[in-house]
Design a protein around this ligand. Structure first.
Ligand SMILES: Cc1cc2nc3c(=O)[nH]c(=O)nc-3n(C[C@H](O)[C@H](O)[C@H](O)COP(=O)(O)O)c2cc1C
Length: 136
């Protein structure tokens, strides 16, 4: 089955926009579930929005998207990109938090996360992930 990758932007609801505890809970569940499902990706929280890339088998990506649509910690999910892909971009991480680093912010160029083209959204998350240490 081909590899699939979805990138979306959503609006954080309530304290999900700022709370560290909410982030920790999301990343904890993501690590557990995504290892089980063979999913990898990155999550960014910036300016009251989430942006996330999820890659794996299409059926597993779609199942996660269904859970995400039902999660009250965010709303208004907009898919920026949803397509088969030749390789994993984030193979080291079942799910990890990335920051809008200065390099990544340059790609955003003053726009908001939900205005990014598919290519730019991908480039921004790749750039942000370059600041991460690669796990051993
Ligand atoms: C912004 C955001 C990103 C999330 N990312 C993931 C994810 O990558 N994997 C995952 O399993 N759940 C993720 N979740 C949580 C799911 O919406 C859902 O709560 C969880 O998968 C339920 O898992 P559980 O039944 O093991 O508690 C995310 C939630 C939010 C708000």
């Amino acid at each position: 089955m081909p590899l699939h990758r979805a990138i979306y932007v959503s609006d954080a609801v309530g304290d999900a926009a700022t709370s560290l505890l909410v982030l920790a809970e999301i990343l904890g569940a993501s690590d557990r579930n995504n290892r089980r499902d063979g999913l990898t990706g990155v999550l960014m929280r910036h300016g009251g929005r989430f942006m996330q890339a999820i890659e794996g088998r299409r059926i597993d990506v779609d199942r996660l998207m269904d859970r995400l649509r039902a999660d009250p910690r965010h709303e208004n999910i907009r898919l920026l990109s949803d397509q088969d892909a030749p390789v994993r971009l984030f193979r080291e991480w079942p799910m990890t938090l990335v920051q809008l680093t200065p390099d990544a912010a340059r790609l955003l160029n003053g726009a908001s996360l939900d205005q990014l083209s598919p290519d730019r959204a991908e480039a921004l998350l790749i750039t942000a992930a370059k600041a991460l240490p690669v796990p051993a």
